[in-house]
Structures are given as structure tokens and as C-alpha cells.
Design a protein around this ligand. Sequence first.
Ligand code: FEO
Ligand code: CA
Ligand code: CA
Length: 716
Amino acid sequence: MRDVSSPMSSHLPEYFERSLIVASKRDLRQKYARLMQGAIPAEEIEHGDEPMCNHSKNPFFGDILNSRLQRRQVLKGSLALAVTSMFTAPVLSNLRTRAATAATTSMMGFKAVPISAADSVVVPEGYTARILMPWGEPITGSYPAYSVENTGAEQSMQVGSHHDGMHFFPIEGQSPYEGSSEDGLLVMNHEYVEPRYMHAAATGTALTRSNVPMLDDNTRDADQVLKEINGHGVSIARIRKQADGSWAVERDPRNRRVTGLTAMEISGPVRGSDLVQTKYSPDGTRTRGTVNNCAHGVTPWNTYMASEENWAGYFVNKDMTPANEPNQAREHSRYGVATEKGRYGWEMANNGADEFVRFDASTKAASATEDYRNEPNTFGWMVEIDPFDPNSTPQKRTALGRFAHEGIVFQPAVEGQPVVAYSGDDARFEYIYKYVSAQPYQAATASGALLDDGTLYVAKFNEDGSGEWLALEFGQNGLTPENGFSSQADVLVNTRTAADFVGATKMDRPEWGAVDPANGQVYFTLTNNTRRTPEQVDSPNPRPENQWGHIIRWNETGNPTATTFQWDLFVIAGPEDDSQKLSGQPLDADSMFCCPDGLWIDASSRMWIQTDISESVVNTGDFEQFGNNQMLVANPETGEIRRFYTGPIGQETTGVVTTPDQRTMFINVQHPGATTTEEEFAAGQLISRWPDQNPALYPRSATVVITKDDGGIIGS
Ligand code: FEO
Ligand code: CA
Ligand code: CA
């Protein structure tokens, strides 16, 4: 618990003052001085985040103001203005009419569920939860049954692991939000894998959640590597509602696995650039696979976007300087490409196959077309997949930028207007981006080409509640050869460096975004950032050592293509003594949460918030009070929040969508049992056996299908 005992004040400035006092007591300055020097031991890197790579000199607010007194005075003025400006006439004048359903539907007509530490899913009274598509369920090919003995090839025909962002596409294939509510394609990301639960040979050995089984000669079994790569990617499966109300996978020619090996096209400004030329694709137009697909996106033209989030650590570049220091190009070092060994050691596969060797991006040959020094440059993108065409080639849409893409969220498309989408870069002190297409949206002809030609912007949040979108365009804002940028392809491959250069605002780990369909207001979760020092506090990131996270929101000025916006904070998450809702009141027993990650606003403007307390800390210490990861509902207008769901042990709750009628909800349980220690794993004493609860089976990520027993709208 925090060492603050008095209840939360409803005044934001006092909130910030107290945060600073708390930080001071903990002598954070000394601690963070060390961390900010870049001395970050690998064990301090939490799951879900990359190594902190932003050492740019963009000013933090604290760098500008020397005294705490000055900062307080400015915060008092700016926060009052920020809150006020959100509700003034110019901002509200753009609001679209709220969907008709909102007027007739209760925003949260359920009783809150309590926090939980149980190995089960809990939904409110009057609701039922069922399991669908656990890791390993066969969905295509020869439909091999799930077993820990499955081969790498069999995994390519089964649901992948570590379920994350997903969408239900009605089977008609016309619109992502209209059509059947009983028959469709469920498309989901698989963020990563936990090797100890994947390989029969690992049973009984002392492996942590991050370890991989190694062979005696310090190589990796090639089929284990293949299985892990095929456990990544995206699953596409036709699912249909059954007579008993449950849902089941149906055999269908559209069922498909996209994996870490699937052939993909590089599209947009980076296509053909010498920065993406490899031995596999000497002309820089193709690559293989997608990994670490976290949240997703849905285009207005009914395709699916898979993000590439923490991909950098999957690659290693061992190039050294003559002085024996790591010698990586900025397009590797600014993203955290490993210097000793890839995350799973795929480059060490004992068959030396090209598709595995490519994860070693060290310079090995005379030119880039003879080795894989550029392979990491073909990752870090948003990948567009047409789920209705199983023969389509996924497209890496480079105009959307290269970073640790959490996901992407689109503004509702308007005929004749550009397409607008937002994407967060989930690492400490990274940025929020916006893309505006060059060509207007025309429903009859809209396609992924709209994502190949447009302007990428990065957000600057001003202290006074205003904000600016700074264009990352070659030749503009100093992105010129004199400053180290040679082309738009160079700007995009080095998106983070370009954003540093133009002075973007360093955020507390931007995760999912959501757009309120009623008014176009944009929300982003900022999950946490325990490395922010008191000197680095600013009004959009108001807490030092931010371990609880918050949600920021903004309105574009005039329309979604605007280059300015007005922002405020929707909720500051945490326990009752360290949180604040829109009303100024703290969260309470029915609403307290931390580490917001998944975010979605349904057609009734009901906001769904999902949490991801890292498996390294969940249910321990300060975090024990929050129990297992959970999902809550919020009312964007009033700021009221209520807990709807709690998940099993060790998991994060992520991915949320309903059928068009809003009467079936799909969410994902990712990495149940990840909190099992290596000793417990070796002894076979697993902390979770969810969902099978079978002592012969390991815990598995799975989808949870939630229905209301009276057939009503979920949440109403
Ligand atoms: Fe994969 Fe940022 O969560
Ligand atoms: Ca997360
Ligand atoms: Ca996430």
C-alpha cells in the first residue's frame, strides 16, 4: 500500500502535490538517476514491455521547471484549463449524435463482481461464461487433436497460444459490425508463447516462464523452434452458435493460421528500400511472418490488422565495435534488438535452416542481400490480413510507422473524408501516433491502399490541455538529410527516432486506444511506468513511479484530420487512496483496478477496460489488493466504473468484442499459470490448470464467451 492514509481529494492539483510528496519520501530521484543512465538490468524488464530505449533529449516538463513550487503553480493552472476545455462549446460542437441504442439501454445494469484470486472466470449474476478455442484446438489442415506431444507442423493447424486482440467478423463478409450475430469468423492475435508448457520434453525440468529447453550442445531442437514460431501469429476460424447456446469451431475453407513463417508483402513507402533488402528478398518487397501480435485493428473495409509489438527482442545483432561495444544501427538499437541471444533463441535451431537463422541479424556477409542484417527492419509494422480470402498475402503497411505497435484503432469512416487511425507504442516513454490517409474513403472502392499513402503524425500533449499532431514527413519538421534522414522510408523505419526529433511527448506506455462511436472522442490506456521520476512528471503523465496507470482522452479540433486537439485524463487508476475518477472521487471496492491495457467502446458507448498487471507482480505486494486481472465497464459521459469480470490465476485479460447484436461477448484469457515458479513447474505443482482443470493438461490461453441468461445486451 502507498504511504498515504487520507482519502483522495477531489482537487487534481492536490493530487499531484501528494504524488510528489510520496515520491520524495521514497527518494526516487536517486533510484531513477541510475535507471535513466541506461543501466537497466535485464531482470528489471517487465513482461509486456521492451527494454527502455528512448534516451532522446525531448524535454520532460520537469526539465523546464526547476522548482517544485513552480511546477505546482503551473499544474494548478493547466489542469483546471485542461478539464474545463474538454467541455466548452468549440469541443462539443463536433460531437455526432449518440447511437440510438444508448438512449434505450442501461449502461451498466449489473452488480459488480468482487476482486478474485481464484483459478476461474467470474461474471456477474445473470451471466454465463463458456470456453472457446483454447490454444491447440485444431482449426484447419488435417485438424490434429491437441496434445503436448504435438509437432511443430501440427501447431500450424491449431489455434496459437497467448490469445490477445480479436474481432468477430459476421459471416456475410460485408461489414465488420453488421450481419450475423450467430455465425462468423473469429480472428485473433497470439502474442507470444510459454515454451515450458509447449514441449513434452520440458515436463519435470526446472524452467521459468521465460526459459526455453536447450540441448547439450547449446543449440535448440529445431522442431521445438518450429512449434514456437507456429504458436505465434493469427488464428482465423469460423465459429457458429449452437442449439444449446454455446459456440463451436466449424470446418471451413477460410479457417487459417498466419504464423511467424507466413510469407508477407512489404507495402507502402518502405517497400523496395535498401533498409529491408535481405537474403530472402533481395529487392526488399517480402518477408516471412509476424510475431508478438498484441492488440489488433479492424479496417472500415472489413479486414483485420495485427500489430507487431515486442518483436525486437526476438532478434539478435552481435555486431561489435573495435572497442568491443555493441555496434547496432539505430534501427536496431532504438528498438531494443538483443545483443547476445534472441528471446527464444530461434536463431540457435540445430538444423541451421534459413527461416531460423534469419533471427540472427548480425553482419555475416559482404552485403545486405546475402545475410539478415535487415531482417528486424521487416518487423515492427501493422499487418493487414483479409480473413475472407485464405489465399491472400498479408501486407505489412509501412506508412503506419515502425515501433512496438500495441494495436490500431480507426475513427468511423466517413464517405469522402480521409481515413484516420491511432496507434500507441507500448514501451516506457514512447509515443502515440495518428495516421491520416491522403486519399478519401469511398465505401465502394476502399482497400488497404488507403494505408499506403498518407501522413503519420506523433502526439505532443501540451501542459495547458491542448495538443498537436507533429507530421513525420521527410523534408518537414527538420526530418532532412542534414539531420540524418535520407528518405520517407528512412523516417518510417526509424519512426521512434523521427518522433524524438520533432519533440513528441514521452508517455507512460501507451496500450490500446478506443474511439467513442457517438462522438469520435479518442481514449488511450497508459498502463504504467515505474521509471518516471518526479522531474519527469508532466500533466498527461502526472505520477512519478506510476505503477497503477491511467487513461487519457482527447477531442480533435474540428474533425478527425485536425492537427490540434484538446485532452484530459479520464481516470487515474489505483487503490482507493491513490486514484481519481472523472467525478473527482476515488475508485472504490467495486471499481478499483490498475494497469489498464485492453480498451474498447461498444456501439452503445459502453467502455470496456481490461487490466494487465504483470505476471511478475500480480497478487503480490502492493498489487495483491487488485487480485487477478479483470475487466470493468465505464460510462464515458459520467466516468462511472464497475467491475464486470475477473479472470483465473496468472493471466492477463485482453481482447474484447461482441457480435453485432451485442448479445454475445468474446474476451481472451492470456497466459494462465504464468506465475508458476520454476520449482513448482519442476514438481508438477502448477498454480493454475485453467481452463481444463485436468491434472494431465497444462494451463492454456483461451477465449471466453459471455452471454446474458435473459438473452440481453452484454453489460445492460
Ligand atoms: Fe502486449 Fe502492450 O501489451
Ligand atoms: Ca500490457
Ligand atoms: Ca496489451
